[in-house]
Design a protein around this ligand. Structure first.
Ligand code: ZN
Ligand code: ZN
Length: 254
């Protein structure tokens, strides 16, 4: 049986609180791993050094809430390699254009055991038959890449931080996905004028227009009642859930 297991490691922003961490989702496929963002606190829920094996880390953009634990993983790769417990380099995928010297800081960290790869709209890589591709969502405050994981059996989208100014292209990229893991920082009661983050209602609209099977909300405010996000998105798109640290999402195909 073909299977993808997605474990939410971090679902809040801008800071970790209690059992919740900044953004991160660990995808496991055929014993290999793709980590979607690397927010503050996510390593608390990782199983190291095991999870360093066949690990591909994707940094969708250079905001600090998405890279807070990257230094820990770089250093862990260095330490476990030196101890003889990691023989293959981890892979780190980074947006090609730097922002606020973050790329420079990541690449100049010599105490790591990693290969580095650029992310652009035309770049992709594969984990067995699972193709991983990117699309600048062009609607966040900085260059920010949506990630598509696709095989003959599955299509999973992670939106990264995303706004509402480029909906048509977003809908196209997300079309017919099994799961869309979508940023929804706000609910309507916040009266946000932000065009560079989504509300739960926006996320629901994206999922409905893209004809997705399931919507998973993430990137929530630490202080806000999660049931309000759920209610709001469900008004538009019933098959919605709120991501929760450690609560796995499993996709199977016979
Ligand atoms: Zn951001
Ligand atoms: Zn963020």
């Amino acid at each position: 049986m073909n299977k993808i297991v997605i474990t939410p490691l971090g679902t809040i922003s801008p800071y970790p609180k209690g059992n919740m961490n900044c953004p991160g989702f660990l995808v496991e496929y055929n014993g290999k791993r793709i980590l979607l963002d690397c927010g503050n606190g996510i390593t608390r829920l990782m199983n190291l050094p095991e999870d360093l094996k066949d690990l591909n880390i994707i940094v969708t953009h250079y905001h600090k809430d998405h890279i807070g634990d990257l230094g820990s993983l770089q250093y862990a790769s260095y330490v476990y390699h030196n101890l003889g417990m990691l023989d293959k380099k981890i892979n780190i995928y980074l947006p090609k254009n730097d922002f606020a010297h973050n790329r420079e800081a990541i690449l100049s960290n010599n105490e790591s055991y990693a290969n580095y790869h650029d992310i652009t709209d035309s770049s992709s890589f594969a984990v067995d038959d699972l193709n991983v591709s990117f699309n600048d969502n062009k609607s966040h405050t900085v260059e920010s890449y949506m990630v598509k994981l696709q095989s003959d059996d599955f299509k999973v989208i992670y939106t990264s931080d995303i706004g509402t100014t480029n909906m048509e292209e977003l809908i196209r990229f997300c079309k017919n996905a099994n799961i869309i893991i979508c940023e929804s920082s706000f609910i309507q009661k916040h009266n946000s004028n932000s065009k560079t983050h989504m509300t739960a209602l926006d996320a629901g609209t994206l999922a409905r227009e893209a004809n997705a099977n399931k919507l998973v909300l993430t990137h929530l405010w630490p202080e806000e009642d999660r049931s309000l996000y759920l209610e709001e998105a469900k008004r538009i798109f019933p098959n919605t859930e709120v991501a929760e640290e450690g609560k796995k999402l499993v996709l199977t195909k016979k």
